[in-house]
Every structure is written in C-alpha cells, then in structure tokens.
Design a protein around this ligand. Structure first.
Ligand SMILES: Nc1ncnc2c1ncn2[C@@H]1O[C@H](COP(=O)(O)OP(=O)(O)OP(=O)(O)O)[C@@H](O)[C@H]1O
Length: 255
C-alpha cells in the first residue's frame, strides 16, 4: 500500500439533507489503493446515502470528492463519466437490465461507456462471468437467475469496466441466507486480488476478516474508526464491537 500516492478517493466534509433532515454531517474519508474499508452502523445512519454521494448518484449539498487527487466536477459530464468508469458500484438489489441476457448486461454498458467494439466487449464479458463462476449462464436473463447469480452478474459488470475501486452497498442483504456465501466468496476473491473497496455490510465475516478499517456511522457522522483487531478485540467496549455482538445474537437467534 503506497501512502505517498494520492488516495484513489478522498471525501472531504460531505453534507447531505433530504426534506430538511441532515443525513450526512461533514463526512470525510480516504481510500488508498488496495484498502478495504467497511461501513457499519445502525439502520438510517447514512451509509447508503454516503456511498451514493461518493458516486454522485445523489449530489451532496456541500463537500468535495477527489478521484486520484482531482476534484470531481459535478457539473461536468466528462468528470462524472470518469468517476462512474473508475469507481464501480454494487447495489443491494443488483440493478440489472431485465430485458438483457447476463452477457448483454455487461457488453452493452461496456460498448456504450468504454466505446469498445462488440467482439472485444463480449470477450471481456465472458471472462468476467467466468471469474465469478457463471461461464455457463451467459445467455440467461435475470429472471432465470438466482439472487446470488444476479449479484455475481452485477459484480462482473462492474469489474468489466476495470474500475480502480468498488463501492458496495449491502451486497448480500437482498439474498436468501443460502445464497450469501457465493457472493461473499467473490468479494473475498476480489480482496485477494487487491481490489480497493468501500463497503457497507452487516456480514460479520466481511467486517472482521476483510476490513483494513471499520468506519462506524451514527446519525450521519463517522464516530469511530479503526482496525477490526482493535475495535473488535474482546473487552474493547467499542460501538463496533457492540454492533457486531448484536449481529451475532441475531444470526444465532435464526439458527
Ligand atoms: N431520497 C431520499 N429522500 C428522503 N430521505 C432519504 C432519501 N434517501 C435516504 N433518506 C433518509 O436518509 C436516512 C439515511 O438513509 P440511508 O439509507 O443512507 O441509511 P443506511 O445507514 O444506509 O441504512 P440501512 O442500514 O437501513 O440501509 C434515512 O432516514 C432515510 O429515510
């Protein structure tokens, strides 16, 4: 990990309000090459809003986003296009095009956004689908795929753009319990390949084993941050530990 390079993403003092309620209250963070930061915190604390503001799917009211040290100009189509190409987003509910096959869900955005030819786009899409274990599902439509398979197509689509970083918003929360493992396996594989990620999740195995840093959000602010080995150490009494203990109790209750 190089710290003398500018961070891939630098978020400075983001504010966002909806209907007079301030949802983000001056959030700042940095994401360097190869880092995995995990956002946790109570429902409604602003994790999704933060991720959406970083990718400018929702515009922040105040604050700056820098990509590779350059300010993202929210009024410039070129600047936004660069941001969307270089920072992939994975959503809870997959956001696939229902009328397109798994292959075309990847090739069409690739051709439109990256302006690459059909054959090359198909080659790249097949490779990415193979990487997420879906080489035999290329011609199926989303309705013919399980939730876990749909999320893996969405991940292959994001990866086909060759992003510098991925934002993941609760990537397993819309999945049946038996399908969560296959998506976690893909995320762990990406981590092993050095992918830079900022992820909101309630999955203990991702929080405890993948994060270089936990960012605990509460009421629109990051109120605690640190390595899981510190924040989740027995007896640490951190907010993160309390949160993870509650997650464990919930999953024990389901067994
Ligand atoms: N488009 C919107 N319009 C109005 N309010 C919104 C909008 N998007 C989010 N909010 C509000 O912002 C607050 C934060 O929501 P957000 O989804 O960011 O929280 P979260 O931490 O991701 O929660 P969860 O863990 O339940 O997904 C909530 O009170 C929500 O109702």
């Amino acid at each position: 990990m190089t710290t003398d390079m500018p961070p891939i993403l630098q978020i400075d003092n983001l504010y966002k309000s909806f209907d007079n309620a301030t949802i983000l209250k001056g959030v700042s963070l940095r994401l360097h090459q190869g880092e995995i930061k995990v956002l946790i915190g109570p429902s409604g604390s602003g994790k999704s809003t933060l991720l959406q503001c970083i990718n400018c799917l929702t515009y922040p009211d105040e604050g700056e986003i820098l990509l590779d040290g350059r300010v993202v100009d929210r009024t410039s189509k070129i600047s936004l296009c660069r941001l969307r190409q270089e920072v992939g987003m994975i959503f809870q509910d997959f956001n696939l095009f229902d009328h397109l096959t798994a292959l075309n869900n990847i090739t069409i955005p690739l051709r439109k956004v990256k302006k690459i030819g059909r054959r090359e786009a198909e080659k790249r899409a097949r490779l990415e689908l193979e990487q997420v274990g879906l080489a035999d599902k290329t011609e199926l439509y989303p309705a013919q795929l399980s939730g876990g398979q749909k999320q893996r197509v969405a991940m292959a689509r994001a990866l086909a753009m060759d992003p510098k970083a991925l934002l993941l918003d609760e990537p397993t929360s819309a999945l049946d319990p038996e399908l969560i493992g296959e998506v976690i396996a893909v995320i762990k594989n990406l981590a092993a390949r050095g992918m830079t990620m900022l992820m909101a999740t309630h999955q203990i195995s991702l929080i405890a084993t993948l994060a270089n840093e936990i960012l605990f959000m509460e009421q629109g602010s990051i109120v605690e941050q640190g390595h899981p080995s510190v924040l989740l150490a027995p007896g640490s009494n951190s907010k993160s530990q309390g949160f993870c203990d509650r997650l464990n109790e919930l999953s024990d209750g389901k067994r």
